[in-house]
Design a protein around this ligand. Structure first.
Ligand code: KG4
Ligand code: ZN
Length: 394
């Protein structure tokens, strides 16, 4: 179906987004209203404020996405909306609006898993560049503020299937970036700031022990189907296939211990006071308020997280003999992560693909792209579907 225009809507966390995508392969418009300014004073996303901001932004964002695409409500073919995972109140704003719109326009509505969206951001952009010869199975690392998940992704006819072969046992990698930045008085969100500052520090200055996962994952170990979570897959797959899990709460605690044992509290407070009044601090503002010790700590933290993400993902890629690697989600915007993956995957002879930076973080183009195969397969959402906060991808 070469000219299918899908309006995607995304509101799972702190970005209200809408986009029009043609047939899963051409992004016509992509509008994202960020809530960073709202949540910044709290150092993280406040769910109630997020829902309120989505309510405020959703109508203008959708109208802008249609206008920029040169489309009207009547001239789109279908709507797609994020069903989960995400914050309940935030998801419900997007879902309620999309349902009402689909009903009023008498157009089909497709429910999309946010994580599937992140994976399809890569596919959308590769198709847009004209590259259609991707080899499968692919291994996808979805690494964001809420997730650090590894999926084997395969396409059979028009439908996609995913098998989860690893996830974080505690904090997501992006969450660790955000918590460490908050701890060091660098504001919110932490990933982009740490990314920029790391270039100015010595990544070998502070040694962090490698993350250790001592206990088997209880969610995977359970032997009866009733004890198993939806993410785990069928019993045979669980028993036979090795897993590649992550853990990032230990490194966050190690940074805290370092701060305590090196008496950094005073300089952190001073930095917080200096940066808080600046609405959008620039790199120079951060650098003017960071000593060498802080820059070294930040660079060492980033190097440790990147090293862990890359080594585990490439080990999984070898174990599962995948043909292609996708790295996607907000943390995929990280410069050192991209460079390290590119270098080390090349040594392994493995092609690696990332979304562009704007499509790495949350957006609705990825939702509209992931919806296209479902549109072709006529997998439309039932009228009574609702938000699924912990929605698994399979
Ligand atoms: O995918 P995303 O926009 O939202 C979620 O689904 O969570 O990811 C947001 C996360 C935040 O934790 C943010 O700090 C992190 O992605 N992030 C980065 C970078 N840009 C965003 N982390 C490291 N380096 C970056 N350049
Ligand atoms: Zn996301």
């Amino acid at each position: 179906m070469p000219n299918t225009f899908i309006l995607g809507i995304e509101s799972s966390c702190d970005e209200t987004a809408a986009a029009v995508v043609r047939s899963g392969e051409l992004m016509i418009s992509n509008v994202v209203a960020s809530q960073i300014a709202t949540h910044k004073p709290y150092g993280g996303v406040v769910p109630e404020l997020a829902s309120r901001e989505h309510l405020r932004a959703i109508v203008p964002v959708v109208k802008q996405a249609l206008a920029e695409a040169g489309k009207t409500f009547q001239s789109i073919d279908a709507l797609a909306v994020t069903q989960g995972p995400g914050l309940a109140g935030s998801l419900l704003v997007g879902i309620s609006y999309a349902k009402a719109l689909a009903y009023a326009l008498d157009k089909p509505l497709i429910a999309v898993n946010h994580l599937e969206g992140h994976i399809h951001a890569v596919l959308l952009e590769e198709r847009q560049k004209g590259y259609r010869e991707l080899q499968f199975p692919a291994l996808a690392l979805v690494v964001s503020g809420g997730h650090t998940h590894l999926y084997l992704a395969e396409q059979r006819a028009d439908s996609w299937s995913y098998e989860n072969i690893g996830h974080t046992r505690d904090d997501a990698a992006g969450e660790a970036f955000d918590k460490v930045a908050k701890l060091l008085g660098l504001g919110y969100p932490g990933g982009p700031v740490i990314d920029c500052l790391s270039k100015h520090g010595d990544p070998h200055a502070v040694k962090f022990p490698p993350s250790q996962i001592k206990h088997p994952d209880r969610r995977v170990k359970s032997s009866t189907p009733s004890q198993r979570t939806r993410e785990d897959g069928p019993p045979t797959a669980v028993a036979a296939r090795p897993r590649f899990d992550f853990s990032y709460s230990g490194i966050k605690t190690a940074v805290l211990r370092y701060v305590e044992t090196h008496n950094m509290a005073g300089s952190i407070d001073a930095r917080r006071h200096a940066l808080t009044p600046i609405v959008k601090p620039k790199l120079e503002d951060y650098l003017a308020n960071c000593d060498k010790q802080t820059l070294d700590l930040v660079a060492s933290f980033q190097r440790a997280v990147v090293g862990d993400l890359v080594s585990k993902t490439l080990a999984a890629a070898r174990e599962y003999e995948v043909a292609t690697l996708f790295v996607t989600g907000g943390v995929a915007a990280n410069g050192e992560l991209r460079e390290t993956f590119e270098r080390e995957a090349a040594e392994q002879g493995l092609p690696v693909f990332f979304p562009s930076r704007p499509l790495s973080t949350d957006n609705a183009a990825m939702i509209a792209a992931a919806a296209y195969p479902k549109f072709v397969a006529k997998q439309f959402a039932p009228a009574d579907f609702s938000a699924e906060v912990g929605m698994a991808l399979r």
